[in-house]
Ligand binder design. Structure first.
Ligand code: BGC
Ligand code: ZN
Length: 370
């Protein structure tokens, strides 16, 4: 079968032929790959800046945003049957007995750093015709989501952030209706999303769907298609060409949550200075290491203390976020079908894998296997 592989030493990315994987354990499921999404991480790996092949291998099969259809199940599989749709988690446990997170199936919070990630770190990925893995790393997807379920994995980033934000904000002495309480929300739910790429736009939809007044801050102008798209799901688009960072509060009002999806560290710390009392600021981007830059640490630290602010980084996702993503995608399809479908901007057959891996055009580009 065909697979897309990166050869870091040769500095090459090419289609290779490999044997079809087979079920060898009772708990395994074999999927026929339908769609694999391409993201910034894949492009970084294909630029040889990130990613590690499995031990002893000269190449890494990439792809970590996968929707598949079950074609075969092992004798001990209870959660799947032939014909079901499934998405896969990315991270696999470190296997170190002392790591409490991995032992609990929460390798997204691994302590040792020795976790692996399919298609990214020491494990082959999903950009291939068939995938075999344990049922515990798969989540069932309803048929109605066939056309958009490739967006589940990138949406899990926002879902994990939302879960964490709700948990953190339970520290507040009132309970916001969005969190299941009865008090008036007041200023507690103005969310600002930084960036209008796939992670930002999916995040904005998730925050809007969770009841936040949601603002998306990005470079494109306010008449652009992106801005139109943001407005189509009830969020407000704010262009950095019109509103500089120090005017954000004038435009947005008190900022209660920031969901950063740009990987731009300097901009992010500038925005951090603008957030309101009790705010939570969530980083999701992984910036390249471009050297140091100056930030106003006194103002930031002073604000964070005097306003009880929280700064949070989040990576990867557990089952809870995958389930939330599947539930939310269903909501998006009902409420904003055109918007959610428009996030998938192009689909390529496997032989044209180079196109989406090299270009940054569109929002979410997908390689379609089946
Ligand atoms: C993936 C995560 C992964 C992270 C770091 C992201 O693109 O969505 O699952 O943990 O990269 O490798
Ligand atoms: Zn990704």
């Amino acid at each position: 079968m065909k697979a897309v592989a990166v050869f870091p030493r040769e500095r090459a990315v090419r289609l290779i032929d490999i044997p079809e994987p087979r079920i060898t354990q009772a708990g395994e499921v074999k999927l026929r790959t339908l769609d694999v999404g391409v993201c910034g991480t894949d492009r970084e790996i294909c630029g040889f800046h990130y990613g590690t092949p499995p031990q002893g291998s000269d190449h890494l099969i990439i792809g970590h945003e996968c929707l598949g259809e079950v074609v075969e199940v092992g004798a001990g599989v209870t959660r799947f049957k032939k014909g079901d749709l499934a998405v896969l988690t990315v991270r696999r446990p470190c296997g170190v007995a002392e790591c409490p997170s991995c032992a609990e199936g929460r390798q997204d919070f691994c302590y040792t750093g020795r976790f692996t990630e399919r298609g990214i770190k020491q494990q082959h990925g999903y950009m291939t015709e068939y995938v075999v893995d344990s049922q515990e790393y798969m989540i069932p997807v309803p048929r109605e989501l066939r056309e958009v379920a490739v967006l589940v994995e990138p949406l899990t980033i926002a879902e994990k952030a939302l879960i964490e934000v709700w948990q953190i904000q339970q520290r507040l002495p009132w309970s916001c209706p969005q969190a299941g309480g009865t008090r008036k929300p007041g200023h507690c739910h103005h969310a600002l999303v930084l960036g209008a790429g796939p992670i930002g736009l999916l995040g904005a939809m998730a925050f809007a769907n969770a009841g936040f007044s949601t603002f998306v801050y990005s470079r494109e102008d306010e008449k652009s298609e992106k801005a139109e798209l943001v407005r189509s799901f009830g969020a407000t688009y704010v262009s950095s060409m019109v509103t500089p960072v120090d005017k954000l509060v004038e435009r947005v009002g008190t900022i209660d949550v920031v969901y950063e999806a740009t990987g731009a560290s300097k901009l992010s710390f500038e925005v951090l200075k603008q957030v309101g009392p009790n705010a939570a600021f969530v980083f999701t981007g992984v910036p390249g290491l471009k050297g140091t830059s100056e930030i106003d640490t006194d103002t930031i630290m002073r604000n964070m203390v005097l306003k009880n602010q929280v700064l949070l980084g989040t990576v990867n996702a557990g089952h809870d976020a995958f389930e939330a993503a599947i539930r939310d995608l269903g909501d998006f399809l009902t409420k904003w079908p055109a918007a959610i479908k428009s996030l998938i901007t192009a689909q390529y057959p496997a032989v044209e894998f180079k196109q989406p891996l090299l270009s940054v055009e569109g929002i979410k580009n997908v390689i379609r296997f089946g």
